[in-house]
Design a protein around this ligand. Structure first.
Ligand SMILES: Cc1cc2nc3c(=O)[nH]c(=O)nc-3n(C[C@H](O)[C@H](O)[C@H](O)COP(=O)(O)O)c2cc1C
Length: 308
């Protein structure tokens, strides 16, 4: 039985506007995270700070430190904005992130990961959680840091049950994940390829976990958390409203419509996967808001017909 559902941080998708609209129109999630917040030449990026300026219930800003000193700069700032829960990223496999010794690179250099966890122990006012993979080069590297993980006060550890080199494809390693759950003294949240209520049920039945984190599966079916929890799914009009508000808020924030269209397109790589690929292609090809809106209206019309 799955108790908690966490919305995965997805850079470019789950920023404040999306998170707030998702909670308003769909809900069913117990915790969400910002996409990772990192330092760029020692400074914060404006958009990262903007993303955490408006408080949200059950939100953990996620940090991407590459060293103990970066960790402290990131935590100081986020704490000064009033947050008491912070998630530490040790899982991002993007080459530019890895090149700075951040994210999944920390699993390849366990002494650095251990140093950061040691630093977390010096900050008792903050409740930390950790999001990690099973390793970078293979799925056994977690074993090198598990003692430090257990020695640190953490609210939970989210494990994407792949290794970094796999990026987002290939099998999750359920055997290593089982060993991790057995070795970890904290609440463990499972992450990786939860796309249906049956997927969530299967991991809930098999492992002693505290819940699941869902990313791409949630974008493909915004009702997934509700379905997992046995709640009535929202209808397509909910999506229509969410989408309209998302576009409206992005339009207020961005310089021109073209930027809004470019920002919206990636969502359609995931949303409603059963929609005919020709209709999806129209979105991909649209350059103007009028083209984009017409393509979306057609998709929504089709989905509404299927619903009734
Ligand atoms: C486009 C994209 C952006 C992501 N951004 C982040 C991020 O900022 N922080 C993070 O911890 N994980 C990030 N992830 C990883 C997801 O949170 C999640 O661990 C991964 O997608 C596996 O879960 P899923 O199969 O439910 O999508 C990202 C993944 C994708 C595909």
């Amino acid at each position: 039985m799955i108790t908690e559902i966490h919305l995965a941080p997805l850079q470019g998708f789950t920023d404040a506007i999306f998170r707030q609209l998702f909670c308003k129109y769909y809900g069913g999630i117990d915790r969400c995270y910002t996409p990772f917040i990192r330092l760029e030449h020692g400074n914060f990026r404006v958009r990262d700070i903007r993303d955490i300026e408006s408080p949200q219930d059950n939100l953990s800003p996620q940090i991407l430190p590459g060293s103990a000193s970066e960790f402290n700069v990131l935590v100081d700032k986020i704490e000064s904005l009033g947050y008491t829960e912070i998630d530490i990223n040790m899982g991002c496999p993007f080459p530019p992130v890895m090149a700075h010794g951040r994210g999944c690179a920390l699993l390849n250099i366990p002494e650095k990961a251990i140093e950061i966890l040691r630093e977390a122990r010096q900050r008792p006012a903050v409740r930390f959680s950790l999001k990690m993979r099973l390793g970078y080069a293979d799925t056994t590297q977690w074993r090198q840091i598990i003692d430090a993980v257990n020695d640190t006060e953490l609210t939970h550890v989210t494990v994407h049950a792949r290794y970094g080199k796999q990026q987002y494809k290939g099998e999750c390693d359920m055997e290593q994940f089982a060993d991790f759950v057995a070795a970890c003294r904290h609440k463990v949240i499972y992450n990786g390829d939860i796309c249906t209520p049956a997927d969530a049920e299967a991991v809930g039945n098999r492992f002693a976990i505290g819940g699941v984190m869902i990313g791409r599966g949630l974008l493909a079916d915004l009702n997934l958390p509700r379905k997992i929890k046995g709640l009535e799914p929202c209808n397509i009009d909910c999506f229509r409203q969410l989408h309209a508000e998302l576009v409206e808020q992005l339009t207020q924030r961005m310089d021109n419509d073209r930027q809004v269209v470019d920002r919206m397109k990636p969502y359609w790589e995931y949303l409603f996967p059963t929609v005919d690929h020709k209709m999806r292609k129209r979105i991909k090809k649209s350059n103007k808001m009028s083209e984009y809106s017409a393509a979306v209206a057609e998709i929504l019309h089709q989905l509404k017909e299927e619903e009734s």
